[in-house]
Write a protein that binds this ligand. Structure first.
Ligand code: AQP
Length: 327
């Protein structure tokens, strides 16, 4: 069975982009793949977060993942920092990557403009992400479109390491959904919806109430020409709504456009479709967040299983690169 690995940062409340671009695939992949999923708390350290917020968001992210439909009997769910092989392997890969490669990462360019003193971890983040993936010999990585470039780097590092030191890592493939791979901010439709950007009206949280979802969709920025057609270049706001409707209903965005003549009708139907899509998650979330012990037990069991795999990969990589094994 091919293994999948994917992660999510507890850098804020999970949003519609995370759900459509990633989580929904995670849930579906549990039955087709040997699935490993993690809350990547070490990645969240690249941003400014108060320790108590990081702890709370990590737990909340785990609750949201379970509420979205991850089932600990069908997947391995864990917290990244509970498996110390991730940063250990990242160091071996940092010594394989080049400054030039990391300098090209568009997410770094974008996020570094939002930090006054740019953290080294923000720069090396894609290498830690490569370690997350390569530690598990993941053949497939379900991600949103924004992570394609990081996935390319993980592939490149795996190949380089294998060529230099002998066959060690599986070279992973990105799996991006056909629709909804890049959900845009509802107020700034040329910018992706993001946890760490403050845009309360532009970001639909997965735990928003039906009323909040409807309000945000109603107020979504479109354009003034009134023509319902799918044109992401010229009509990014409308295209985003059509993409979301496509993702929620399994149709092509062009076909969705053909069914409407008024933006208002599309918005009303979209709000309804999103409310229904997120309803099960919203309804199950409270039960998980009220049962801290059960969620922590899931994470502990997941970390134990994850560590078995990651420790073996690390030992193999460390041996291949020439580190003397401990006696
Ligand atoms: N807007 C998006 N549309 C589609 N997919 C998205 N993802 C993120 N934003 C969108 C996908 O969600 C998964 C988890 O993302 P992440 O937590 O690793 O962080 P990110 O990609 O950097 O996304 P965020 O939400 O914007 O977080 P911050 O603001 O903290 O950086 C990934 O598979 C991602 O592709």
């Amino acid at each position: 069975m091919i293994r999948v690995l994917s992660g999510i940062q507890p850098s804020g409340e999970l949003h519609l982009g995370n759900y459509v671009g990633a989580l929904r695939q995670w849930v579906a992949f549990q039955d087709e793949y040997d699935a490993f999923y993690c809350v990547v708390d070490l990645h969240a350290l690249t941003l400014e977060l108060a320790p108590e917020d990081l702890r709370a968001r990590t737990f909340d992210a785990a609750c949201s993942l379970l509420a979205a439909g991850l089932d600990p009997d069908r997947c391995t769910l864990f917290c990244q920092s509970h498996v110390p092989e991730h940063p250990r392997l990242a160091w071996l890969l940092e010594c394989t990557a080049t400054m030039g490669e990391l300098n090209r990462m568009t997410q770094f360019k974008d996020k570094s403009t939002r930090q006054e003193a740019v953290r080294v971890g923000l720069f090396t983040y894609p290498v830690l992400m490569a370690a997350d993936i390569l530690a598990y010999h993941a053949g497939a990585v379900p991600v949103g479109d924004d992570q394609r470039q990081h996935l390319e780097l993980a592939r490149e590092l795996a190949q380089r390491f294998n060529n230099r030191y002998g066959e060690t890592f599986t070279v992973p493939e990105a799996v991006v959904p056909a629709f909804g791979g890049r959900v845009m901010d509802l107020q700034h439709p040329r910018r992706k919806m993001s946890k760490s950007v403050d845009s309360p009206l532009g970001t639909v949280q997965v735990l928003d109430s039906p009323q909040e979802i409807a309000r945000k969709v109603r107020k979504a920025v479109t354009d003034t020409d009134g023509d319902v057609r799918y044109d992401p270049g010229d009509k990014p706001g409308l295209a985003n709504l059509l993409d979301l409707m496509a993702a929620a209903t399994g149709q092509r965005p062009e076909d969705v456009a053909g069914k409407y003549t008024r933006y208002g009708d599309l918005k009303a139907d979209l709000a309804e479709a999103l409310v229904e899509m997120l309803r099960p998650l919203r309804e199950r979330y409270d039960a998980y967040s009220a049962d801290r012990g059960a969620v922590e037990a899931v994470l502990a069991g997941g970390a134990e299983r994850a560590r078995e795999v990651a420790a073996a990969t690390y030992a193999r990589a460390a041996g291949a690169i020439g580190l003397l094994p401990p006696a």
